[in-house]
Design a binder for this molecule. Structure first.
Ligand code: SF4
Length: 253
């Protein structure tokens, strides 16, 4: 599968503004106390824009700016119309601390996409319909519990919906992972998923499973275990369908 380092591409907001934009924190506010005008010279690379914005205090993180720009569109140097996630695309996502930390959901809310948010379903029927719709969405966003140096993804799931969409259905899957998710090999990746990802998830969900007391996996068969499916994704059957964005910082667990 593709592993993309977030080299950074331009924001649609910048492109649509014709080369300059008022920046008010769309990419995570920096220390600036008020909005400010920022001129983007023709042909600028997003890396240079991100560095300048961070230096001037308009954004909090050049790295995150580049990552979101990479997701939401553009080319380097700036050129309108090349989007990994085109406007109007239907987008779903799996539960993920990483996505929340990156602020991607807020960015998408403002971006003119069809958001398939299972959390908004009011009835069981609506939820079922949403789950079915997700199988045909354009892009599914998620993180991963571990990723090996040779590119295998390891994920543990309870009901399996997140890994189901990873394996089959959505046209594309974008996987975001902090460097803390890296593991030397499959064995280390499974150990990471079991001992570093699942226990804090259990604590967050207040399951009361053994790992919430011990801090590591006890390989339990409790009725409330969240470790029902172990999925290793070792190859992209459809070339380019799964893209991994490695972010050079610690994200999620
Ligand atoms: S198998 Fe049980 S003990 Fe191990 S991480 Fe999962 S819930 Fe916790």
């Amino acid at each position: 599968m593709s592993i993309l380092l977030p080299t950074g591409l331009p924001a649609a907001t910048l492109l649509r503004a014709g080369g300059w934009a008022l920046l008010g924190g769309w990419y995570g506010s920096g220390p600036l106390a008020r909005d400010t005008a920022f001129i983007v010279p023709d042909g600028s690379s997003v890396a240079s824009i991100a560095a300048k914005l961070e230096k001037e205090g308009a954004i909090a993180s050049a790295r995150r700016f580049r990552l979101r720009a990479r997701l939401l569109g553009g080319g380097a140097p700036i050129k309108a119309g090349e989007f990994l996630l085109p406007r109007g695309a239907s987008v779903g996502w799996g539960g993920s601390q990483t996505l929340g930390q990156l602020g991607l959901m807020e960015a998408l809310q403002e971006g003119g996409y069809q958001l398939l948010d299972r959390g908004t379903a009011k009835t069981r029927e609506e939820r079922q319909a949403m789950k079915a719709r997700l199988f045909t969405c354009d892009v599914f966003l998620m993180s991963t519990n571990a990723i090996t140096l040779d590119g295998q993804l390891i994920n543990i799931d309870a009901y399996g919906s997140r890994v189901a969409y990873l394996c089959h259905g959505p046209e594309q899957v974008f996987v975001f992972a902090g460097m803390n998710k890296m593991a030397a090999d499959l064995d280390a990746g499974i150990k990471r998923a079991r001992n570093l990802a699942a226990p804090p998830n259990n604590v967050r969900l207040e399951t009361g499973n053994p790992c919430t007391h011990t801090g590591f996996c006890n390989d339990c068969l409790s009725s409330g275990t969240i470790c029902c499916q172990f999925v290793v994704t070792r190859y992209n059957a459809t070339p380019g369908r799964i893209k991994v964005f490695l972010v050079g910082e610690e994200l999620g667990y």
